[in-house]
Design a protein around this ligand. Sequence first.
Ligand code: XMP
Ligand code: MG
Length: 185
Amino acid sequence: MDANSLGDDLARILVTEAELKTRLAELARAIEADYSADEPPLLVGVLKGAVMVMADLARELRFHAEMDWMAVSSYGASTKSSGVVRILKDLDTEIAGRDVLIVEDIIDSGLTLSWLQENLASRGARSVRICTMLRKPDAAKVEVDVAYVGFDIPTDFVVGYGLDYAERYRNLRDVAVLAEHVYAE
Ligand code: XMP
Ligand code: MG
């Protein structure tokens, strides 16, 4: 879906489809340089937001990209991450001894990702790195060591490229800030 299909739902476009694509290629080159094609990392996507970045990153990589998925939910207040995470869908893959690369759409407070990184490390993974397309540095509540970041963005709530508001806008090609009136409806 293109931004112009959305009428006045969007306040502004933050990152265009073309910018996402260019940056993703740069991240893929950095990832290729850090791993060997003989032992590529297992890509672990966090449902549902990471679907788009996973699909694009995996195809951009010049080595075999094995993919697995987790679904997690934070307990507590609905819009703010609490740091207490529940696994709704676990990995199908045994990761002991493996290099794992978590693929995320966005890091906000960092609470979800720091929990997930620790959880995967505790299963005996050889390494657990994080690749995220977006990061909100001003919203950070915990330090998370993120190896690959697409774009640092302001703390506004954003949609598109996998990110939703009430399950909508995930299929928007760009990343955009929603207009105020959409929340009010
Ligand atoms: P934390 O705060 O633990 O949470 O880093 C990250 C998760 O929160 C969701 N999130 C957003 N979802 N637009 C969204 O659609 C946003 O601007 C946004 N900020 C955080 C998202 O699920 C992410 O995985
Ligand atoms: Mg997410």
